[in-house]
Design a protein around this ligand. Structure first.
Ligand SMILES: CC(C)(COP(=O)(O)OP(=O)(O)OC[C@H]1O[C@@H](n2cnc3c(N)ncnc32)[C@H](O)[C@@H]1OP(=O)(O)O)[C@@H](O)C(=O)NCCC(=O)NCCS
Length: 197
């Protein structure tokens, strides 16, 4: 897999994903609300369930507003698109929000674009942005049955723990600062001990 940044920089970044196919990653804008809503409706029920940790058919206007405007804790969503102009299609989205020293993420990739590096690309961008904002940890809640996301998190070096209050979830945590990484290893969250009760 080859992913190269092209030099046109934020807010619109172009990347190669697998061979000649180009995708754009950029923060969502207010006028994207309709297209993001359509993208979410186009995901399979299982994908939406995994993304939102429950049965969601479509996003409420308030959710779309948050995704396209952001707020103090969370920047606008990142969206991944193919095509140009009116032919643009949303093929992935990611949200990240800051809570003290942690940055929490959630993302999805369209069913047709799975396994081509889009999820890895979004995770990498969120990690960079979390570091820039000074977050010490990148964290996410993942359904225990969500093997693709757990595999992706494992591949990217996240430690996996079981939240005390919700049996259906794993929490994945990646330390973004060296000091915290040492501390986390001392607390037994190393990759040799992937699941701590
Ligand atoms: C999880 C998800 C985002 C992965 O996106 P993706 O673009 O397919 O991921 P990538 O192509 O970057 O895959 C990277 C790694 O993830 C793992 N992975 C991805 N899909 C997998 C699958 N179906 N089975 C097992 N591992 C998988 C692999 O380790 C893969 O590395 P490899 O290609 O070297 O084997 C996507 O499956 C998705 O949108 N799922 C529904 C929503 C969701 O679960 N969101 C997570 C909530 S936080």
């Amino acid at each position: 897999m080859r992913i190269d940044a092209l030099p046109d920089g934020p807010p619109s970044q172009r990347w190669h994903v697998l061979g000649d196919e180009l995708v754009t990653v950029r923060p969502a804008r207010p006028e994207d609300a309709g297209r993001i809503g359509e993208y979410i409706r186009g995901l399979s029920f299982a994908s939406r369930y995994r993304r939102f940790l429950g049965p969601v058919n479509e996003l409420a206007p308030a959710d779309l507003h948050r995704m396209t405007h952001g707020n103090d804790a969370a920047p606008p969503a990142l969206i991944v698109e193919t095509g140009d102009g009116d032919a643009r299609t949303v093929i992935g989205e990611a949200r990240y929000a800051f809570d003290g020293i942690a940055c929490e993420f959630a993302l999805s990739v369209s069913d047709a674009w799975r396994g081509r590096g889009v999820g890895t690309l979004l995770m990498g961008i969120m990690e960079e942005r979390a570091k820039l904002r000074g977050a010490h940890y990148l964290v996410g809640d993942i359904l225990r049955s969500n093997q693709p996301m757990l595999a992706l998190a494992h591949k990217l070096g996240f430690a996996v723990t079981r939240p005390v209050l919700d049996d259906s979830l794993f929490k994945v945590t990646k330390c973004l600062s060296r000091l915290d990484a040492v501390q986390t290893l001392n607390e037994g969250l190393s990759r040799e001990l992937p699941v701590a009760a």
